[in-house]
Design a protein around this ligand. Structure first.
Ligand SMILES: [Fe+2]
Ligand SMILES: [Fe+2]
Length: 474
């Protein structure tokens, strides 16, 4: 499945054989570039960035590295290969052949799922557009821009589906995806976490770790879809997403490593005066980003989630690896619920609880990353452990919303919550302190004092490699 780069829109979907679709997407392309110019990375559009571009979607030929100006990046339409004779793996249509066209009765719902996913992609580019000016190194700057151009490509992926399969409504939705703006009062992005500000690099790395990881779980469940074009699209997006998660997890690991180094060197746990970020501050940032990302999975009990599954539109994480009937009509599962001042367990229909099932998989993944960060702390000889807060902490969606729960999972009064919330969430002082560390470092091979260098460069290049060139004086 080689990608055709000779066309205006690089693709591996045979776009040239569908003139109507090609023309529609060629009309959307300049609008996308206009949006990128307005809302993409501010101040760096003329720089040459060492980026990877997909050349083929199979495992061997994935990526090609070279210098590109971001507005010249070859955004395009890449689908993973379709598996011949595949069958729907779950829900009421289990065992039937997958759909190559949109099933009429699910058209509206499917469009909504695609639009909601698609909306997150440009949103994160908008949230991160100011960060280049305070980059901790050229290595990190390049990684930021790689993530940004790939989120732009993910938007292309969803827009392709809208244009190719949803006719006029699809084209209108594709235009709207370029009109909403992250954080806008009148026309915001669809989901809450994508309207939050990403004011500093610690927030960004937390976002790449926790919020992009929600993206991984949403994409993985859409990659199970009975609507085959959506499944193929999401399968390829997941290969790109892996790098975003690497940026988040390894980035936070490097912040932690630097903090521990300063703690040992100066024999203190207050490293602010030495230009590091206290582990307690890292913990509060983590509490915030983890809790807003948990909200993205939706309510614990959801008829929509049940319907998506039964209709064969959205599966579970790695559906094929699960050993049950893949229909769940008789199954039940335990759910935690706050009731009368305590958190209790109740048995609920498994179908209605699918958001919680996906959230469980996400939480387990976050726990594994947490163990790796704690290993960094332990290896540095520091006696401290970071922890994920309770799943009910600081939640705005689902049955924990409006209930005051500490990171340890204790229900407290509103007064106590108000008095103690900055023990648990970043305070204005924390944010100001982190902001004060955000000074650009753009000399090749140098790194800001609050983050350790990575163990190795990108694509076997040395750390001193000039990952971004032509940076304007800031
Ligand atoms: Fe994405
Ligand atoms: Fe991403």
């Amino acid at each position: 499945m080689a990608i055709n780069y000779s066309e205006r829109i690089p693709n591996n979907v045979g776009l040239e054989s569908d003139r109507r679709l090609q023309r529609a997407l060629e009309a959307w392309q300049p609008e996308f570039l206009k949006w990128w110019g307005e809302m993409g990375p501010e101040g760096f559009q003329a720089c040459e960035v060492y980026l990877r571009t997909a050349i083929s979607v199979d495992a061997k030929g994935w990526a090609n590295f070279g210098y590109v100006k971001m507005p010249d990046y070859r955004w395009g339409i890449f689908l993973a290969e379709s598996v011949p004779d595949s069958q729907i793996k779950f829900g009421a249509h289990k065992g039937e052949p997958v759909w190559r066209e949109v099933p009429g009765e699910h058209r509206g719902v499917l469009r909504r799922l695609i639009v909601t996913q698609g909306d997150t992609e440009p949103a994160s580019v908008e949230q991160q557009r100011h960060l280049g000016r305070t980059c901790p190194s050229l290595y990190d700057l390049r990684n930021l821009f790689q993530v940004n151009v790939e989120e732009g490509r993910h938007l292309w992926a969803m827009v392709y589906l809208l244009h190719a399969y949803f006719g006029r409504d699809g084209r209108e939705e594709a235009a709207e995806l370029l009109r909403r703006r992250s954080g806008s009062a009148d026309n915001p992005r669809i989901l809450g976490a994508f309207n939050e500000r990403t004011p500093d690099w610690l927030s960004y790395l937390m976002f790449a770790h926790f919020t992009d990881r929600d993206g991984k779980y949403q994409l993985a469940s859409l990659a199970e879809s009975g609507f085959d074009p959506l499944a193929q699209t999401c399968r390829f997006m997941l290969t790109e997403e892996a790098h975003h998660l690497f940026v988040g997890e390894s980035g936070i690991g490097r912040v932690i490593a630097r903090t521990c180094e300063l703690m040992k060197r100066h024999d203190t746990d207050r490293v602010g005066e030495y230009g590091g970020i206290d582990l307690a501050v890292i913990q509060r940032y983590l509490n915030f980003h983890y809790s807003v990302s948990l909200d993205l999975f939706g309510s614990e009990l959801s008829t929509n989630a049940a319907n998506y599954f039964s209709a064969g539109l959205k599966g579970r994480f790695r559906e094929a690896d699960l050993h049950d009937d893949h229909q769940l009509s008789q199954s039940r599962r335990a759910i935690l619920k706050p009731r009368g001042g305590a958190i209790t367990q109740s048995e609920e229909p498994a179908l209605a609880a699918l958001n919680e099932t996906l959230r469980d998989a996400y939480i387990a993944d976050c726990e594994r990353a947490m163990a790796r960060w704690n290993k960094v702390i332990q290896d540095a000889g520091v006696d401290f452990a970071l922890a994920l807060p309770h799943r009910g902490f600081n939640r705005a969606i689902g049955h924990y919303s409006g209930i005051c729960i500490t990171p340890a999972g204790e229900i407290v009064s509103r007064d106590e919550w108000q008095n103690r919330r900055f023990e648990w969430l970043p305070s204005q002082a924390d944010r100001q302190f982190v902001a004060s560390l955000m000074r650009p470092v753009t000399e090749p091979g140098k790194f800001a004092g609050w983050i350790a260098p990575p163990p190795r460069g990108i694509n076997h290049q040395p750390l001193e490699f000039e990952y971004v060139t032509g940076i304007p004086n800031v």
